[in-house]
Design a protein around this ligand. Sequence first.
Ligand SMILES: N[C@@H](CCC[C@H](N)C(=O)O)C(=O)O
Length: 291
Amino acid sequence: MRIQFSKMHGLGNDFMVIDLVTQRMPLHPELIRRLAHRNFGIGFDQMLIVEAPERPDVDFKYRIFNADGSEVEQCGNGVRCFARFVHERHLTKKAKIRVETKSGVVEPEINNQAWVRVNMGEPRFLPDDIPFKVEEQSPQLPDSYPVEALGQTVELDVVNMGNPHAVLLVDDIHTAPVDTLGPVLESHVRFPQRVNVGFMQIVNRGEVRLRVFERGVGETLACGTGACAAAVSGIRRGLLDPEVRVYLAGGPLLIQWQPNDVVWMTGPTATTFEGTFNPYDFYVPEQNEEQ
Ligand SMILES: N[C@@H](CCC[C@H](N)C(=O)O)C(=O)O
């Protein structure tokens, strides 16, 4: 039993992409963790699964698993790669497709082989929608919330881009406490489903620098939904114009948003290699099965 896959990335945020329209394999969290391992597996930030749609108004179903095996709702760099993958595998000829995710429908549009523009849907800010715990939900939503972490109070903007994000403004992303504050906020008690944590430095009204400590992975070279969340936070606060270039370690993304509208994300995709693997090579017996 050999499964075909593509190894792809969007600005260095890397993926193992598998077509489960024409193939079958178990999606066990332990198998995913083993495949994600950078030394013992294939290595990736997220595994992306293409499935047949379950409703008539979409072209595909898109499932996303973090390297820790958790299934999540959305992945922005992933959806661009997903669109390129279904073209490369001749699963569709349409330039614009509708893709069902755990958090709604997204619409990627392939301009040429490498560039994809995506309608990422509308951002949400209500604490319950993140989800983010507050003592009392005020009718007037604040821009940010004070949160205690590592003996200090940090101000967090919270945004749901299909998946949960917290955004912190920093003076310089090179010295931002991504390694220390990132994991503490990711698993903070006020984020019951954990959170992706973005550290944003505003350069000018149209440009920001961003580092993201991703839920279920750690710091990645780029995060598409993180870029959307950061740009939306800055625009909502009146600090940024509606068109923002977000510079991540792996390169820039263009994010466009007008309040009360959908977010548009435009960026590159790359296929690095294709291969096959046997899931049973990664199978480890339960403890009571071991001799
Ligand atoms: N890298 C992604 C986000 C992947 C999911 C995220 N780690 C989560 O747990 O929500 C992107 O490009 O958006």
